[in-house]
Design a binder for this molecule. Structure first.
Ligand code: TLP
Length: 348
C-alpha cells in the first residue's frame, strides 16, 4: 500500500476540502477583469468586512499582493524598512527593486523574535535631510513572522508602530500571510490586528487551506489603484470565481482549525527540543511554524531532510535550520510519527 506522505514543508501544501471542491464546482462566475465575477466580488466584500477595511482585492499570490502594495506606497529611489528575515525582502525575487525601484533597508531585531520595536525601526528611518541618503517610503511588517518561527506581532505593538509611523507621514504595509494564525494565537480579532496598518495582505492558500489566492486590503482608492497594478503584473484573472469560491469556504470554515495546528506545532517543538544537538525553545512556538537549528547534531539540515524523505516525511532545510509547518492535512498522529523518525535519525 502506498504510504501517505507527511508533508511539513509548508502550510501551502494543503489540498482543498470536499466543501471547497463543491463550492468551486458550483461557483457562479463572470469576467473579473470587467469586475463581473460575482463570487470574486463576494469574497472581496467578505474579506473587507472581516478586516474592517474599505475594500479588498483578490490576487493570485501573496507575493503579488505584497509587491502591489510596495509599488503603490513607494516611489523609485525610496527605501522599505523591514525586519532582516522578512518575506518581502528575502523570498520575493527582489521584486521591490525590479518592479518598484525600491531598496530594502533590513533591520535586525535585537531580541531575535523578528518583531521590531519602534526604536529599532526609528533608527533606520531616513528623512530627506541629506541629499545623498535615500528617503524611507514604507515600513513593512509581517504577522506572523515566517522565518522567525511564526512569532506574533501583538495588537499593541502594531498600533504603536503604525501610530508613530503615521506621525512621520510614513505608510505601513502588513504582510499578514498568516494573520489568522496570529489572531488565533493572540486571542485577538483580525480587524484589531489589521486596523492600524494602511494596507494588509493575507493568504487564503496557507493556514486557511484554500488551493490558491490571497487578498490585499486597504482604503477604496488604494484598492482601485491596486487593481491596475495587479493587471500590470499579469494578475488580472477571468472566471476567477472558481478559485474565490474555495477562498470563501476557507474564510468561514478554516479559522477554527488553527488552534489544533498550533497545538500540534507546540508538541512537535517540545519533541524535537529533546533531540541531541537540536536547538529550539518550544516556549517561543506559538503558531504553526517550527524552526530548529541542527548545527550541533553532526549532520546538515539537508542530510536530515533527505533521510526524513526516505521515511515519507517532508521538511524544509534553511541553512543550518529545519522548518516544519503544521496545517489541516497533518494530524497529531503524524506529528508523533515525524518525531519518532527524527529520534531514529538523530539519537543513535
Ligand atoms: N511563504 C512560503 C515560501 O515563500 C517561503 C512558505 O512556504 O512559507 N508572506 C509570507 C510571510 C509568506 O510566508 C509567503 C509564502 C508569502 C508572503 C508569499 O505568498 P505566495 O507564496 O502566495 O506568493
Amino acid at each position: 500500500m502506498l504510504q501517505k506522505m507527511i508533508d511539513l514543508r509548508s502550510d501551502t501544501v494543503t489540498k482543498p476540502t470536499p466543501a471547497m471542491r463543491r463550492a468551486m464546482a458550483e461557483a457562479e462566475v463572470g469576467d473579473d477583469v470587467y469586475g463581473e465575477d460575482p463570487t470574486v466580488n463576494r469574497l472581496q466584500e467578505r474579506a473587507a468586512e472581516i478586516f474592517e477595511k474599505e475594500a479588498a482585492l483578490f490576487v493570485p499570490t501573496g507575493s503579488m499582493g505584497n509587491q502591489t502594495a510596495v509599488k503603490l506606497h513607494t516611489r523609485p529611489g525610496q527605501e522599505v524598512i523591514i525586519e532582516e528575515r522578512g518575506h518581502i525582502y528575502n523570498f520575493e525575487m527582489a521584486t521591490m527593486s525590479a518592479f518598484s525601484g525600491a531598496l530594502a533597508r533590513p533591520v535586525h531585531s535585537n531580541d531575535g523574535s523578528g518583531i521590531l520595536t519602534w526604536d529599532e525601526i526609528a533608527g533606520a528611518i531616513h528623512h530627506n535631510s541629506a541629499y545623498y541618503v535615500a528617503p524611507t517610503g514604507l515600513i513593512a511588517l509581517e504577522n506572523s513572522h515566517n522565518l522567525a518561527g511564526g512569532s506574533v506581532l501583538t495588537r499593541a505593538r502594531t498600533a504603536d508602530i503604525c501610530a508613530r509611523a503615521h506621525e512621520k507621514n510614513l505608510p505601513v504595509h502588513l504582510d499578514g500571510a498568516r494573520i489568522f494564525n496570529a489572531a488565533a494565537a493572540l486571542g485577538e480579532t483580525i480587524a484589531d490586528l489589521a486596523r492600524p496598518a494602511d494596507s494588509v495582505m493575507f493568504c487564503l492558500s496557507k493556514g486557511l487551506g484554500a488551493p490558491v489566492g490571497s487578498m490585499l486590503l486597504g482604503e477604496r482608492a488604494f484598492i482601485d489603484e491596486a487593481r491596475i497594478v495587479r493587471k500590470m503584473l499579469g494578475g488580472g484573472m477571468r472566471q476567477a470565481g472558481v478559485l474565490a469560491a474555495a477562498g470563501l469556504v476557507a474564510l468561514e470554515e478554516s479559522p477554527k482549525q488553527l488552534p489544533e495546528d498550533h497545538a500540534n506545532a507546540k508538541r512537535l517543538a517540545e519533541g524535537v527540543a529533546e533531540l541531541v544537538g537540536v536547538k529550539i525553545d518550544p516556549e517561543k512556538v506559538v503558531t504553526n511554524i517550527v524552526i530548529f537549528d541542527v548545527a550541533e547534531t553532526g549532520q546538515t539540515a539537508d542530510a536530515i531532510c533527505a533521510q526524513l524523505r526516505e521515511h515519507d516525511i517532508l521538511a524544509s532545510g534553511f541553512g543550518s535550520s529545519i522548518r516544519m509547518v503544521t496545517h489541516c492535512d497533518v494530524a497529531r498522529a503524524d506529528i508523533e510519527t515525524a518525531l519518532s523518525e527524527m529520534r531514529a535519525i538523530l539519537n543513535h
